[in-house]
Design a protein around this ligand. Structure first.
Ligand code: NAD
Ligand code: IPM
Ligand code: MN
Length: 360
């Protein structure tokens, strides 16, 4: 039976980069006889405009029924002023939470061709290959109570809550250990256990889970130090496991080690590897509509989809190889461009990957 892929382009550069990823997905479908059927719907601001809410129930049903979801990005100035309860980002959080996608894999890999695009010295990042495992459906993003209110004296105040249960920590820790086991056997758990109660539990539970993984070298690091170490000596890390907000911040930081946030793909998985795949970056309103966004993070997210949801290793490898071949040709979108390279737009970059994949 054919596999159903739901595609949610979203807002801003979302539709531009997803169009290129879909070309690559269609070619991979034909070339490797994957028997995929693609369908499209809206999420985020586009869904607010069409359905009045950032994630319509029918879209959520389609996502549940699909075998995998490919997402562009959501959000933008057009919807920044609306009721916070229905902002575009709420749709994204809801789909992650409703599909139970607690395990977010964000690999930061430096393609050697991009060593000079990184903001760090080439020798600091050469050979970089780290994986950030971010908890995606808990913590401060979802914690209750949260409230904005006015105090009796008229002053405004607001608060959020950062809860983690043992079960939530245990399952994401296992993802971290399992990933470390098939990579460099090193796991660094990042927390703020010197201050936060939730982090103290996090550290204790990660330690307990570690007893089942004697072959993985476990370390703990405070998040402020981790942010510093990532730019001081990023290659000390193999796999990092961390909570929802720390993972959000550290993965944007790690993206710059690879040359650009436009290079960082992601997989968001449930306990059965059903997944949603999206670039780590946002809808980039500052460059939307100009045809200059880098589509490679989204194209590499397709590769992650083939690898994690469908175990199509050869097809996934081929897409990564095609991306590398295009970089070998010297083609660069503006975010990864440096002197002597050929500057291309979003569509040209996508077409070049398609051409390289067709040749493999
Ligand atoms: P952003 O990631 O959209 O952009 C940050 C910077 O990186 C911008 O200068 C942008 O031009 C650049 N950039 C991002 N992706 C790029 C690409 N593929 N190619 C070239 N340059 C790229 O972050 P932001 O500006 O803080 O947020 C903009 C909007 O996106 C907000 O509404 C935010 O909530 C939303 N957002 C959505 C997601 C998502 O859907 N997963 C992720 C992050 C931010
Ligand atoms: C991301 C984004 C989202 C997050 C926002 C848009 C809700 O920044 O996917 O990294 O914070 O998770
Ligand atoms: Mn983010």
């Amino acid at each position: 039976m054919s596999k159903q892929i739901l595609i949610l382009p979203g807002d801003g550069i979302g539709p531009e980069i997803v169009a290129e990823a879909v070309k690559v997905l269609k070619l991979a479908n034909d070339k490797f006889e994957l028997d995929f059927e693609l369908s499209f719907d809206d999420l985020g601001g586009a869904a607010i405009d069409r359905y009045g809410v950032p994630l319509a129930d029918e879209t959520l049903d389609r996502a549940r029924a699909a075998d995998a979801v490919l997402l562009g990005a959501v959000g933008g100035p057009k919807w920044d002023g609306i009721d916070p309860a229905i902002r575009p980002e709420r749709g994204l959080l809801k789909i992650r939470s409703q599909l139970g996608l607690f395990g977010n894999l964000r690999p930061a890999i430096l393609y050697p061709q991009l060593a000079s695009a990184s903001s760090l010295k080439p020798e600091v990042v050469a050979g970089l290959d780290i994986l950030i495992v971010r908890e995606l459906t808990g913590g401060i993003y979802f914690g209750q109570p949260r409230e904005s209110k006015r105090l009796e004296n008229g002053e405004r105040m607001a608060y959020d809550t950062l809860p983690y249960s043992e079960r939530e920590i245990r399952r994401i820790a296992k993802v971290g250990f399992d990933m470390a086991r098939v990579r460099g056997s090193k796991l660094c758990s990042v927390d703020k256990a010197n201050v936060l109660a939730s982090s103290q539990l996090w550290r204790a539970v990660v330690e307990e889970v570690g007893k089942d993984y004697p072959d993985v070298e476990l370390s703990h690091m405070y998040v402020d130090n981790a942010a510093m170490q990532l730019v001081r000596a990023p290659k000390q890390f193999d796999v990092i496991v961390t909570d929802n907000m720390f993972g959000d911040i550290l993965s944007d930081e790690a993206s710059m080690l690879t040359g650009s946030i436009g290079m960082l793909p992601s997989a968001s998985l449930d306990s059965d590897n059903k997944g949603m795949y999206e670039p780590c970056h946002g809808s980039a309103p500052d460059i939307a509509g100009q045809g200059i966004a880098n589509p490679l993070a989204t194209i590499l997210s397709v590769s992650m989809m083939l690898r994690y949801s469908f175990a199509q290793v050869a097809a996934a490898d081929a897409i990564e190889r095609a991306v590398s071949d295009v970089l070998d040709q010297g083609l660069r979108t503006g975010d990864i461009w440096s002197e002597g390279q050929t500057r291309v737009g979003t569509t040209q970059m996508g077409d070049a990957v398609v051409e390289a994949l067709a040749k493999l």
